[in-house]
Write a protein that binds this ligand. Structure first.
Ligand SMILES: N=c1c2ncn([C@@H]3O[C@H](COP(=O)(O)OP(=O)(O)OP(=O)(O)O)[C@@H](O)[C@H]3O)c2ncn1[C@@H]1O[C@H](COP(=O)(O)O)[C@@H](O)[C@H]1O
Length: 117
């Protein structure tokens, strides 16, 4: 993890995401002139959703191109915009973590089979 050049230990991923969500939430009702997040909220749900889609496409394009550094940067953009979408929708990330936790140990193949029967 990390680029090995900054000399800074990478922060634990869950902490980074929790801090990012808290920041994103704190921008609700903020000044769109000074906060990009507040600007996104002011543009509405459809615009935020569009940004998530754009960032997802940019990430997958970099994956297909095989540019790992660009994929990391686009993935960070994607996670940030997804968190803005969650905050806009009033969805607490804990609900997402819970879903992931419930799925731990269940193969995606088995889950799909169970859905079909
Ligand atoms: N993680 C991010 C983050 N990732 C990406 N971005 C911004 O997302 C934007 C994406 O660029 P684009 O060119 O796609 O967007 P755009 O051209 O402005 O939008 P459109 O023209 O497409 O509508 C850039 O302005 C990036 O700076 C982010 N902006 C903020 N954060 C986090 O949110 C915190 C609060 O930011 P503010 O709300 O700006 O204070 C920051 O401290 C960061 O931790």
């Amino acid at each position: 993890m990390g680029d090995g050049k900054s000399g800074k230990a990478p922060a634990a991923s869950a902490e980074v995401l929790d801090r990012l969500y808290a920041t994103v939430l704190s921008r609700k009702g903020g000044d769109p002139e000074s906060s990009y997040t507040a600007k996104l909220y002011s543009r509405g749900t459809a615009k935020i959703a569009q940004k998530v889609g754009e960032e997802a496409v940019e990430a997958i394009l970099e994956a297909v191109r095989g540019d790992k550094a660009a994929l990391a940067a686009e993935s960070a953009d994607l996670l940030y915009h997804l968190m803005v979408l969650w905050a806009d929708a009033g969805l607490d990330p804990a609900e997402v973590w819970e879903k992931l936790g419930q799925r731990e140990g269940t193969s995606g193949i088995d889950e799909k089979k169970a859905r079909k029967s």
